[in-house]
Design a protein around this ligand. Sequence first.
Ligand SMILES: *[C@@H]1O[C@H](CO)[C@@H](O)[C@H](O)[C@H]1NC(C)=O
Ligand SMILES: *[C@@H]1O[C@H](CO)[C@@H](O)[C@H](O)[C@H]1NC(C)=O
Ligand SMILES: *[C@@H]1O[C@H](CO)[C@@H](O)[C@H](O)[C@H]1NC(C)=O
Ligand SMILES: *[C@@H]1O[C@H](CO)[C@@H](O)[C@H](O)[C@H]1NC(C)=O
Ligand SMILES: *[C@@H]1O[C@H](CO)[C@@H](O)[C@H](O)[C@H]1NC(C)=O
Ligand SMILES: *[C@@H]1O[C@H](CO)[C@@H](O)[C@H](O)[C@H]1NC(C)=O
Ligand SMILES: *[C@@H]1O[C@H](CO)[C@@H](O)[C@H](O)[C@H]1NC(C)=O
Length: 759
Amino acid sequence: MSAGKLRRFRVDVTVIIFLIHLTHSEIGALVTSSRVDSAIKCPLGQFPCGNLSECLPQALQCDGHSDCPNGADERRCGDNVGWADLFGGIVQHKTNFLDQYFHRGCFLQQYPASCDCIQTVVECVEVDLQDVPLLSPNVTWLSLRSNKIQVLSDFVFSEYSVLQRLFLQNNSLRLISKHAFSGLHNLKRLFLSQNLISSLSPGVFRDLHQLEWLMLDHNPLSSLSQDTFIGLQSLMYLSMVDTSLQQLPHPSFCQHMPTLDWLDLEGNQIQNLNYSILKTCNKLEVLLLMDNRIRKVPENTFQSLWKLAELNLSSNRIKELPKNTFKSLSKSLLKLNISHNPLLRIHPNHFNHLTHLQSLALEGIDIPDIHTKMFLPMMNLSHIYFKTFQYCSYAPHVRSCKPNTDGISSFEDLLANIVLRVSVWVMAFITCFGNLFVICMRSLIRAENNLHAVCIKVLCCADCLMGVYLFFVGVFDVKFRGQYNRNALLWMDSTECQIIGFLAMLSTEVSVLLLTYLTLEKFLVIVFPFSNLRPGKLQTGVVLASIWLVGFIIAAVPLMNKDTFGNYYGRNGVCFPLHSDRQEKPTAKGYSTGIFLGLNLVAFLVIVCCYSSMFYSIYKTGINATTDLRSRLHRDVAVANRFFFIVFSDALCWIPIFMVKILSLLEVDIPGTISSWVVIFILPINSALNPILYTLTTSFFREQVELLLCRWQRRHMLKKDRKSLTSCTVFMDTSRAPCYQQPAYLHPVSLTSADPRYA
Ligand SMILES: *[C@@H]1O[C@H](CO)[C@@H](O)[C@H](O)[C@H]1NC(C)=O
Ligand SMILES: *[C@@H]1O[C@H](CO)[C@@H](O)[C@H](O)[C@H]1NC(C)=O
Ligand SMILES: *[C@@H]1O[C@H](CO)[C@@H](O)[C@H](O)[C@H]1NC(C)=O
Ligand SMILES: *[C@@H]1O[C@H](CO)[C@@H](O)[C@H](O)[C@H]1NC(C)=O
Ligand SMILES: *[C@@H]1O[C@H](CO)[C@@H](O)[C@H](O)[C@H]1NC(C)=O
Ligand SMILES: *[C@@H]1O[C@H](CO)[C@@H](O)[C@H](O)[C@H]1NC(C)=O
Ligand SMILES: *[C@@H]1O[C@H](CO)[C@@H](O)[C@H](O)[C@H]1NC(C)=O
């Protein structure tokens, strides 16, 4: 081991031992005391309200809602470290310049009639020019934007030696001759964006010694050589966004651009990046490489970029980052974005050297062995971006941590939204007690069709489980209130989460299968009324048992094998595997797709078809039957209404779920908010409405209730009669007194509850 290495090793060890000996709050004190701007001390994870002595937790900083009395928690939230501001400033300056000289006269003798001229500035925008027009030689700014120029021939600008800015973007430029820009000794900015340039000859910018900005973005360049840039000795800003570049010009990209400080290479197909390519770029301050195909970043790649302040490597294909990759940037780097790379591992010491870093983006990256130690060395970090909000608790010294919610849960609460929190209880009550009530009622009232009643009771049991699930979600929400972030990962991994997820799944699947069975049974009876298809006791029992068995298996399979399914239920705080993300295992994704878009979709379609054809069949029978028209119409409408509501509630519940599933398969980003509303409001709709639809609105049930009411009324009336005889007639007039009507099932061809088909 060399002496230097040995020393470094010792330092690392002492730092680690030092950190191990610090308690949490001591670290907090250490961190806060090191901050120059915060005179007020707050506990770790909290930050002061400007100059007030009040402290607020990290999650409330920059959350879009002002919590400090002076609103300081929402101030300085923008992540504008680095160069973004400067660039904006320059662009703005340009427009101000134009405004300033507007309405001043033109100083040029010669310019095309279709163009505008202000002093020495000529604008020929969208005037269908096919060639560069002839102008007086002392033009300083020339805009030929959005025309139809295809070729720039040799010496076409050689007259305009005082030209400072040349705008050629959005033309159809295909060919730029080798000497096209010759003579432009004073050109400062050249815009060639949005053209069809596929190659640039070496030395084409040879005369542009003063050029500071070169915009080559949105051209199909695909390859460039280092000699293309000969002569650009003052170039500072180079944009090559979306130029289909497959390789950076090598061996040494900045050889001819010694002052380059901003290089934008977003959206190309660059695969290789290494030290030798970047070694001459030592003035570079901003390097944007997002959205390329970089796979490997060797350890010494950035070694010569000792001024680099902003580095964006997001959306590449980097799987591994050597642990000392950023070491040479320790003195300069302020902003680092490595989001959306398939990184396998973040080394605990990766960010150790980046003591000046102010913004770090790690979006879309799983950090299984995340630890507070990873982020502590970055004392000045003020913005951090993670994949999930749960990681925020590992960077308590960073003021702004995003995201602070996944739509369902927030940093602090399992259910982030007050509406969700209340409605989970409301839905739980409705579902549980609605179903229990129906089970009781059905047990009290003797039904004509016992088997049917049993089926409905079983359906209610299944639906009741959904209520139980919602109850538990509510209970755990209350349990974790205010400190969810500490428990989130544990909770989603816990057996409780698996169990309630299992319950919800069991409930939905049994309910779906039962509804389908009931529908099919009804369908067979109505459409083929004379065949003897009615199932017996034994058959019904077998069917019910197998439905529960199937539901049980469907819900239990993902729990069997953690390796193939991952954490199937614990993907979010509500433990329901509705919407899949990219991190989900393929088996799990296929499985939930199979269930939701296979089985459930088929069941839904069967229900819709059966009810449609049943209604049609009843309607037809009705026409043939010789009952009086009005009652038949009345009855048809009633039947139609009921069927409509059954299908409608099914559709209400399932169509959104199918949509969410399809969208998430298409990799559309579904906000967590939508999933949570679907799980808490839409999924239980069926469970809550089933008792009403299948029992409370049936005519049989209504008659039974009316009968009960009648009995009670009679008793009541008898009592009353004893007191006053006169009131009776009035009472009988005003109330339509259902008791005295002929019971519906005594009608000749009546289609009511007495007929089990409609129960
Ligand atoms: C806090 O700063 C504001 C202005 O920034 C000032 O008006 C106010 O007096 C200060 N309050 C304290 C307690 O220093
Ligand atoms: C432009 O050039 C012409 C001759 O080339 C000269 O007469 C005129 O003064 C110049 N105008 C400006 C504003 O420099
Ligand atoms: C490009 O030019 C065409 C006309 O040539 C115009 O319609 C279009 O808006 C321009 N696009 C941009 C982005 O300026
Ligand atoms: C660096 O990358 C270039 C371009 O891909 C390649 O030609 C060169 O061999 C690489 N150099 C090293 C030292 O890997
Ligand atoms: C690249 O990262 C920088 C910060 O490092 C950020 O400002 C910029 O928006 C990022 N670019 C994209 C396209 O996200
Ligand atoms: C980091 O890069 C990703 C992808 O380019 C972008 O969406 C995100 O906004 C960037 N983050 C920051 C903080 O600039
Ligand atoms: C942190 O930031 C402050 C002011 O913003 C600065 O004075 C200090 O040097 C920075 N510390 C490090 C380690 O970069």
